[in-house]
Write a protein that binds this ligand. Structure first.
Ligand code: ATP
Ligand code: MG
Ligand code: MG
Ligand code: MG
Length: 430
């Protein structure tokens, strides 16, 4: 058995209890992420992502990448600088107004910093000679930084001015196939939330600035959410209240007795756009009968950095982070006995042995186990910190192991249970 330990807490930059600087602590997720060294304030609405924050973000990204690729999504990347003229042509320059970051280059050419990429994705196809109907559907997606000069950036990552979004743009030859694609992407969104392990509701959305035929929002119910969701308990229908002209009765079944209002955090938004952008930008294909026809589009956003914070809002306590297992920065942390203690002498090499054992027996845990090898800290202090970060499983090598080397202590964060287990039993439990 090799005792190579790749992930050591002593090597991870995790400044604890950072001052909040000028910006106020407006949400639980922001407080926890600052206190526990996941992010750091930068200019208003912008954050430095620190190593543990990035670790969780990458796990979330991987889940999304896998689902996008399952439905034939082709990953690509558009520039953040967008020619202002393109947004002028689509009519959104006026509409989006002060939310746009605008700049000029040294030749006085005007650009906006991308808040979303419908125009750019559409233009990509309109500059080619029209593709044949055989090439469709096409599904492009990217994961990139978006810029919006929010009037009130707040709640940390939940409403930033610079944030990370997954956005997909789909092209179909007719509205029926575009609807099929829309359903397919909606289903993949549901798979994403299930894989992450978060409860969500799908809500009839507000198409707002984006336009188009139909839209749905994916929302996490939470008191901090800025959206009001109407739920009809008679027919289990959800709609964003912003849409709704008559909020007293269900737009689907008409019942007015069972309407409840919930607050929600919008984590994703899907749009069946139809021809809105493709017609304006003349984006066409060649049909079976050799006619040139306008493409039908869909656009699908998922707020990745917002989702990270939203999971914390829903699951955490005021003092402790709680993650869905799928996106905790590490699934298991191992705490050796305090350096220089009698227990440490008696358990020399055991923490490394447990680390290698778990990694070898559960290959999925590779890169998901962390050894807290920081010196000079008591077990109690490190246990407290580990609980605050919310690592799902905390393995403690202490007195009990020093008496019986076949046993380790396991603290299960979700159930708050402490147990003493043999290595094999530990595997089974995890
Ligand atoms: P909101 O209603 O909260 O302002 P939006 O409707 O303007 O969001 P969309 O244009 O639908 O947002 O963008 C797709 C996704 O991007 C949203 O569902 C959300 O998850 C995320 N998002 C939007 N604005 C922000 C922001 N300022 N900070 C972080 N994530 C954001
Ligand atoms: Mg907005
Ligand atoms: Mg919205
Ligand atoms: Mg939206």
């Amino acid at each position: 058995m090799s005792f190579l330990v790749k992930h050591r807490l002593s090597k991870i930059f995790q400044p604890l209890n950072m001052p909040a600087k000028s910006s106020k602590i407006t949400s639980k997720s922001l407080k926890l992420m600052l206190d526990l060294g996941f992010i750091q304030n930068s200019v208003p609405g912008c954050f430095n992502f620190l190593p543990l924050g990035i670790k969780s973000l990458q796990k979330l990204t991987k889940i999304i990448d896998e689902e996008m690729s399952n439905i034939g999504g082709q990953k690509m990347l558009f520039p953040s600088l967008i020619n202002t003229k393109l947004w002028n042509d689509s009519g959104r320059l006026e509409e989006a107004g002060p939310e746009l970051f605008k700049l000029q280059d040294r030749h006085q050419k005007s650009y906006i910093l991308s808040p979303t990429h419908e125009e750019v994705a559409t233009e990509m196809l309109s500059t080619l000679s029209p593709l044949s109907y055989r090439e469709f559907p096409l599904k492009f997606y990217q994961i990139s930084t978006k810029f919006r000069d929010e009037i009130k950036p707040r709640f940390g990552l939940m409403r930033g001015r610079e944030f990370i979004m997954k956005d997909m743009y789909t092209f179909d030859i007719d509205l029926n196939s575009a609807k099929k694609t829309y359903e397919e992407v909606c289903e993949s969104y549901e798979n994403i939330f299930k894989t992450i392990g978060m409860d969500f509701v799908k809500v009839l959305g507000n198409s707002g600035l984006m336009g188009g035929h139909l839209s749905h929002e994916y929302q996490f119910k939470s008191s901090i959410g800025e959206d009001n969701l109407l739920h009809c308990e008679s027919c289990d229908y959800y709609v964003n209240a912003e849409l709704c002209e008559d909020r007293s009765k269900c737009p689907q079944c008409g019942d007015s007795n069972k309407i409840k209002v919930h607050s929600g955090i919008e984590v994703g938004h899907t749009f069946l756009l139809g021809e809105k952008y493709s017609k304006l930008l003349n984006t066409k294909y060649i049909s079976m009968n050799q006619e040139s026809k306008v493409l039908q589009m869909g656009s699908y956003g998922l707020g990745i950095s917002r989702m990270l914070a939203a999971c914390l809002e829903v699951l955490s306590t005021d003092s402790d982070m709680r993650w869905p297992n799928s996106i905790a920065p590490y699934n298991i942390i191992i705490l050796p006995a305090k350096e220089g203690s009698k227990e440490e002498t008696l358990t020399k090499g055991v923490p490394e042995k447990v680390y290698s054992f778990l990694e070898e027996r559960i290959p999925d845990l590779r890169d998901n186990i962390l050894l807290d090898d920081r010196t000079g800290l008591t077990i109690g202090r490190r246990l407290l910190e580990a609980k605050r970060v919310g690592y799902p499983f905390i393995v403690v090598i202490n007195k009990r192991t020093s008496e019986d080397s076949s046993l380790v202590e396991l603290f299960h964060t979700k159930t708050k249970q402490t147990m003493y287990l043999t290595y094999e039993a530990l595997l089974d439990y995890i």
